[in-house]
Design a protein around this ligand. Structure first.
Ligand code: SAM
Ligand code: DTB
Ligand code: SF4
Length: 327
């Protein structure tokens, strides 16, 4: 099928069947001249979203460092000597205070991250309480806790969780060069549990890890062809962390990042595409190009998990300059 084929194919007397994207089709998107790619992504964006509205989530690391996993990009793996110290799970009242502050600054969703391979049941009980209390503030809730065991997704749903973040991170073919302590299939298994429990799925990846364009396109294919596309798709640009194997990675051409956003927008037309890690290192103009390419969500607040994000004053000024509103 040509890259220009519509993303949905109608069958008589039924809802339109979803188009399954092939690697060649997504590579053909990447190969378009940048202006054509952005034009196409912007057209898809406008058919599905208000192009001047950007969703803002604030992140908080509720359990930092000391993780058993060996993800080659991560400051929180116990296997690498990084500046990130191991900390205990934060007390609930501190988490709720941070969520309240984020709401007052204009975030609509609060995402709590834990550096775990997956949650132990007694830790999960504390996170459930955090979810209930943040939800009671009138915010959407999101957590990212690693791999889930049977029954845990249902508990999170019953606590009122809106989104579970669990990234595929990279192409299945490249995964083993980044992470050896768990597999791409393990990630898919958790995504299935989250989906089956009726929680919104937030899943995306990181680029700039030394992967090829083909790997980047394959990641997009793997996300877009999930049984249902994730409602939220974070695209992270690697933040190189001293002490990790990726500390000295060369910076990816920023236009390749823009192309990845556009490919996500075109292949997942109804999903919120999040311009995620790496904004601190981007100019305002590059961020505006990402929004033009179809990003309509971002992390808002001075910190990501262990690294800096643009401060809220810079983001508020950017929104005003672009005439963009927060949702
Ligand atoms: N431990 C859980 C997990 O791995 O799913 C949750 C926390 S983990 C830090 C969440 C995500 O942050 C990762 O899947 C990865 O996509 C992103 N991330 C972590 N370190 C990063 C870095 N240095 N640069 C860009 N993205 C990063
Ligand atoms: C996601 O895709 N990116 C966020 C969130 N989900 C949890 C995390 C980015 C982390 C960047 C590096 C750090 O601050 O440690
Ligand atoms: Fe642990 Fe998540 Fe970091 Fe991997 S990405 S080392 S699982 S905190």
């Amino acid at each position: 099928m040509q890259a220009s084929t519509l993303a949905a194919v109608s069958t008589p007397n039924s809802t339109p069947a979803r188009h399954r994207w092939s690697l060649d089709e997504v590579l053909a998107l990447y190969d378009l001249p940048l202006m054509d790619l952005i034009w196409r992504a912007q057209a898809v964006h406008r058919e599905n979203f208000d192009p001047n509205a950007i969703q803002r989530s604030t992140l908080l690391s509720v359990k930092t460092g000391g993780c058993s996993e060996d993800c080659g990009y991560c400051s929180q793996s116990a296997r690498y000597q990084t500046d990130t110290e191991r900390e205990r799970l934060m007390p609930i009242d501190e988490v709720v205070a941070a969520a309240r502050a984020a709401k007052n600054k204009g975030a609509s969703r609060f995402c709590m991250g834990a550096a775990w391979k997956g949650p132990k049941d007694n830790d999960l009980d504390k996170v459930l309480e955090m979810v209930r209390e943040v939800k009671a503030l009138g915010m959407q809730t999101c957590v990212t806790l690693g791999m889930l065991k049977e029954g845990q997704a249902e508990k999170l749903r019953d606590a009122g969780l809106d989104y579970y973040n669990h990234n595929l991170d990279t192409d299945k073919e490249f995964y083993g060069q980044v992470i050896r302590t768990h597999t791409h299939d393990d990630r898919l298994d958790t995504l299935e549990q989250v989906r089956d429990a009726g929680i919104n799925v937030c899943s995306g990846g990181i680029i700039g890890m030394g992967e090829s364009r083909k790997n980047r396109a394959a990641l997009i294919v793997q996300l877009a062809n999930l049984p249902k596309a994730p409602e939220s798709v974070p695209i992270n640009n690697l933040v190189p962390i001293p002490g990790t194997p990726m500390a000295d990675n060369a910076r990816l051409d920023p236009f390749e990042f823009v192309r990845t956003i556009a490919a996500a927008r075109i292949t997942m037309p109804g999903s919120w595409v999040r311009l995620s890690a790496g904004r601190q290192q981007m100019s305002d103009e590059l961020q505006a190009l990402c929004f033009l390419a179809g990003a309509n969500s971002m992390f808002y607040g001075d910190r990501l998990l262990t690294t800096d994000n643009p401060d809220v004053d810079r983001d508020d000024a950017l929104f005003a300059r672009l005439g963009v509103k927060a949702v």
